[in-house]
Unconditional design. Sequence first.
Length: 150
Amino acid sequence: MPAHVETRVVPYSPGQMFDLVADIESYPEFLPWCSSACIQSCEGDVMLADLDIGYGFFAETFTSHVTLSRPDRIDVAHARGPFRHLANRWRFEPREAGKCEIAFEIDFEFRSKMLEHMIGAVFHRAFQKMVGSFESRAAEIYAKSNQSTV
């Protein structure tokens, strides 16, 4: 099973980064390969969410259980879709001067070995780009809100 861990320190608070990652329905606005996102249900801190992901010939919808543990963790587990197994976790740890260390961990296995082989060749770069997209989105959103308070 491919696994990947991406860690970065960003100039935003853990709460800001938590809110950004928890806002699943906004993913199509900034996340590469995500064409739509929908929250099917939400009970307390647990959501059932659909994401439509496409890249080249690959286009799939997958459903995940998302558990929000404010303010420091978001856990995602596969419910339905092209995966045999999918688990990912976002962690948000405070750092000096209002900064935050974000850690993104993912472990997955596709049902199709052919698809797994094809995706495996680019998946580390893809997840680096994805985490970078969250970082860019934070800069866009929180830079605007900082300007409006000045």
